[in-house]
Design a protein around this ligand. Structure first.
Ligand SMILES: [Fe+2]
Ligand SMILES: [Fe+2]
Length: 320
């Protein structure tokens, strides 16, 4: 059962001086805790540990893809047509490894954001307990993604020193509304693509298992983040809403590299410049990218969290 009491810490907030504010703060906290409790119940019923739930040593068919071909950056391009089947499989292995490694550092930043926020929260609340449960999910995902990269015989895509510094700065901006919107930008877009990938007959079973585990657990995270947005937006000042409505466009720049990246083509021995050009102009793959952004686009629009600047960024990176 969820306790609906106002915690000792809540009662010290300035709202306590204003009876109406205090009532709404208490109602807010109760709502947050009820959701946290439901999500914890869901986590207890359905959580995975890739160390046990994935058969890492299962043989891999050298002719099966690591990502569905139609999700790959060069699918259908002249370059693609010139490649042998095995070269295409190799491209899928490298693109999968690129996505998996980028997901590891994204989850790292999200965990940092959640942990920082927790320093201001009541450690007895179910809301905080769920945030910790989610961090646990994410650390298991990081192990799963890292292990998947080595299991498929690829090398990780490491951040350069400059990129690592930029990524370290990201969680500093994950406060209030920005934390939840940043979580959704990473989670919803990746989740949508993985949902489409999770039942593909031409994909290695090991990758299908990874996608299924991730999609199942991310559903709870997305719900938590969407509720976070709804709650925060009701009391966020205009400047915070404007900041978030602008800054989310930066995610398009980061996410684009999940879909095509120079280093992937270099590792596959493809002409890098030409591959980048063809990937950028690949209309069928852009259509997939737009599909993966549809849900989040609807949600951001509904909540007034897109403006001309962020729309331009999402559009110029092929998500709109
Ligand atoms: Fe995750
Ligand atoms: Fe997540």
């Amino acid at each position: 059962m969820v306790s609906t009491r106002t915690s000792a810490l809540e009662s010290l907030k300035p709202d306590a001086l204003d009876p109406e504010g205090a009532t709404s703060a208490a109602a807010n906290a109760a709502e947050r805790d009820a959701l946290g409790d439901r999500l914890i119940q869901g986590s207890m019923r359905r959580s995975f540990n890739s160390n046990i739930d994935i058969d890492w040593d299962a043989p891999q068919d050298p002719d099966l893809f690591y990502l569905p071909p139609e999700m790959m950056s060069l699918y259908g391009t002249p370059l693609w047509e010139s490649m042998t089947h095995r070269q295409r499989v190799e491209l899928s292995r490298q693109e999968a490894a690129n996505t998996l490694t980028r997901a590891v550092w994204f989850e790292n930043t999200l965990n940092q954001g959640l942990l920082r926020a927790m320093l201001h929260q009541d450690p007895t609340s179910r809301n905080v307990h769920y945030a910790l449960t989610e961090i646990g999910d994410e650390t298991r995902h990081m192990v799963m993604f890292g292990r998947a990269v080595s299991a498929i015989g690829a090398l990780p895509y490491r951040l350069s020193r400059r990129e690592a510094l930029a990524v370290q700065a990201m969680p500093l901006a994950y406060r209030g509304l920005m934390l939840w919107v940043a979580a959704l930008c990473g989670e919803e877009v990746i989740d949508e693509s993985q949902k489409q990938n999770a039942r593909h007959p031409d994909v290695q079973p090991i990758m299908l298992q990874v996608f299924r585990i991730h999609v199942t657990e991310e559903a709870r995270h997305i719900r938590y983040a969407r509720e976070g947005v709804r709650r925060r937006i009701a009391r966020a000042p205009w400047w915070e809403r404007q900041f978030v409505a602008t800054a989310n466009g930066g995610a398009a720049f980061i996410l684009r590299r999940l879909y095509y990246d120079k280093e992937v083509y270099r590792r596959c021995g493809l002409p890098v410049r030409e591959a980048m050009r063809q990937a950028r102009n690949n209309e069928q793959v852009r259509a997939r990218r737009r599909e993966s952004f549809e849900g989040l686009h609807g949600f951001l629009t509904e909540n007034g969290l897109l403006n001309p600047i962020s729309r331009l960024m999402w559009r110029s990176h092929g998500f709109l």
